[in-house]
Ligand binder design. Structure first.
Ligand code: ZN
Length: 264
């Protein structure tokens, strides 16, 4: 059974040590996060006036990339909604933007119909207006998935690495080779203690094996544990890190249940 040996889950980033598993499992989790976990993003924009230096399409694209707070307990995908795709409060979040004075228009100028949906980061620049220019629009945000467009990808840089295993044969090391190994390690995770080479922070090891090459053969062995992984990811803020991984796991579970039904 898969085990979580340690989990450091913050609001927007997480680091987990997952053991008793395989690369296939952690990669499936990573891919579910990238492609399947839904989030809210602006999809349709109606321009009432745009005399800014940018075309409508460019502004619409920029608006699409702004992270929006996503409550997956409230929202349903439009294609599954009871409104039959017309757009209702269960599947659609509406914003307005109206700027007629010169200066930079920021993401924070988007006014949500309900404060609950106010943009997470109000300081993302959209376009700069000069004297006499205007930008007046209405935008509709809906749930989507990363596999359809990057704007619906809540996770940032999900990745994993094998948990390092470092075996040291002290009999094959002397003062000089210990010094060489400590010096060459790019992560500075080796140190000398009472004449012995010791590892001080194994999780920082990148399996580069530089230390292996500067000592006698067999003195240091470095390899990755193929059943244990360090899994890290961040989010763009639309979902918190905990919700993101739980949703990814639920999605995988449902996919396997479907498969079970199809076979059974
Ligand atoms: Zn609807």
């Amino acid at each position: 059974m898969v085990k979580i040996e340690s989990a450091d889950i913050k609001e927007r980033e997480a680091r987990l040590v997952i053991s008793d598993t395989s690369p296939y499992f952690v990669n499936a989790l990573r891919r579910a996060m990238l492609r399947e976990v839904p989030k809210l993003a602006i999809e349709d924009v109606i321009f009432y006036e745009n005399s800014s230096p940018l075309f409508d399409e460019i502004i619409a694209h920029r608006l699409g990339m702004i992270p929006l707070p996503t409550d997956l307990d409230v929202l349903v995908p439009r294609e599954e909604c009871t409104c039959n795709g017309e757009g209702c409060p269960n599947c659609t979040v509406r914003y307005t933007l109206s700027r007629e004075e010169p200066g930079m228009v920021y993401s924070g100028d988007l006014q949500p119909e309900n404060e609950k949906w106010r943009v997470i980061d109000p300081n993302i620049p959209i376009v700069e207006l000069f004297e006499g220019q205007k930008l007046i629009l209405e935008a509709e945000a809906i749930l989507g998935k990363g596999k359809d467009h990057a704007k619906w990808q809540a996770v940032v840089a999900p990745g994993y690495k094998y948990y390092p295993i470092i075996e040291i044969n002290q009999d094959k090391l002397d003062e000089d080779s210990i010094k060489k190994a400590i010096e060459i390690c790019p992560k500075k995770i080796l140190e000398e203690k009472e004449g012995k080479l010791v590892v001080k922070d194994i999780e920082k090891c990148t399996l580069c094996k530089s230390c292996v090459e500067v000592v006698e053969e067999g003195a240091i062995q470095v390899r990755g544990d193929e059943t244990k992984f360090i899994f890290t990811y961040e989010t763009d803020g639309s979902l918190d890190a905990k919700t993101l991984i739980i949703k990814a796991a639920e999605i995988l579970e449902n996919k396997f249940k479907e498969l079970e039904k199809l076979i059974g």
